[in-house]
Design a binder for this molecule. Structure first.
Ligand SMILES: NC(=O)c1ccc[n+]([C@@H]2O[C@H](COP(=O)([O-])OP(=O)(O)OC[C@H]3O[C@@H](n4cnc5c(N)ncnc54)[C@H](OP(=O)(O)O)[C@@H]3O)[C@@H](O)[C@H]2O)c1
Length: 239
């Protein structure tokens, strides 16, 4: 029987590659994004279902959840860097608050709201995979702090859902090309520095992450839960 898969932020980059991966496996795949036009276009190109939904909007997220009597795989890929306000040497506290709130909404609360809305509909043996970041480990600022909180939340979520046979994991991605994450603003020297940090001297690809998502949602990964799995070519190592 084909599995039902929801990928938030499935219109571009990592989420889009994840949706394509599951579609190739004949799953029934749904993608979301904030903009109806890009959702419709991406869904058509991928041959999947598209639903416009801002993952930070509780009303829209509740309506999204109502579409699913049951769900087998939830991939929280929506996230990224909110537009930043013009920098000042000493930013106004109001600007600091706005930046932190935007990052927490975009990279933590998006996953918390979507998962909360859908958790009662997750079938036994289902999987939740949320896309975290290497930025949680170092130099991540408000974005990294939000991704670190995502990993902390994942640990408690795993303990709550584990008794029902549901796994919950975070993939902490390193630098990945083929996305809109840097909004076309990544300088060549920054790209070279990020590649140089890796042990295999290459950036990550969206397929690297999509294949890891696929593994975490597979039968072979049923005893892996509550974890943050680092996929970064060795740019950050664990022990
Ligand atoms: N690329 C990297 O190097 C990298 C590294 C570590 C972690 N990550 C993480 O990987 C995830 C995917 O990002 P990406 O690199 O693939 O960037 P991307 O190409 O910009 O994709 C982001 C996706 O999320 C959607 N999105 C953003 N905010 C949303 C919201 N509030 N509600 C619903 N959809 C939303 C975007 O569509 P709309 O804008 O149309 O809504 C788009 O489909 C993010 O969580 C990001 O933090 C990326």
């Amino acid at each position: 029987m084909s599995r039902t898969v929801l990928v938030t932020g499935g219109t571009s980059g990592i989420g889009r590659a994840v949706a394509a991966r599951f579609a190739a496996d004949q799953a029934e795949v749904f993608i979301t994004g904030r903009h109806p036009d890009t959702v419709e276009q991406a869904a058509k190109e991928l041959g999947v279902h598209g639903v416009a939904c801002d993952a930070t909007d509780p009303v829209r997220v509740a309506a999204l959840a109502d579409r699913f009597p049951t769900l087998d795989v939830l991939v929280n890929a929506a996230g990224g860097l909110p537009p930043s306000a013009p920098g000042a040497a000493v930013p106004e506290l109001a600007a600091v608050l706005a930046e932190w709130q935007a990052n927490l909404e975009q990279n933590l609360l998006s996953a918390v709201l979507t998962t909360t809305a859908l958790r009662a509909r997750l079938a036994a043996g289902s999987s939740i995979i949320s896309i975290g970041s290497i930025g949680a480990e170092r130099r991540g600022g408000s974005y990294g702090a939000a991704k670190a909180a995502l990993a902390a939340w994942n640990a408690s979520l795993s303990s709550e859902l584990g008794p029902q046979g549901i796994t919950s994991n975070v993939i902490a991605a390193g630098y990945v090309t083929g996305t809109n994450f840097f909004q076309g603003q990544l300088a060549d020297d920054r790209h070279r520095a990020l590649v140089e940090e890796t042990h295999n001297k290459r950036p990550g690809t969206v397929e690297d992450i999509a294949e890891t998502v696929r593994f975490l949602a597979s039968l072979g990964a049923r005893h892996i839960t509550g974890q943050t799995l680092h996929v970064n070519g060795g740019a950050f190592t664990t022990r």
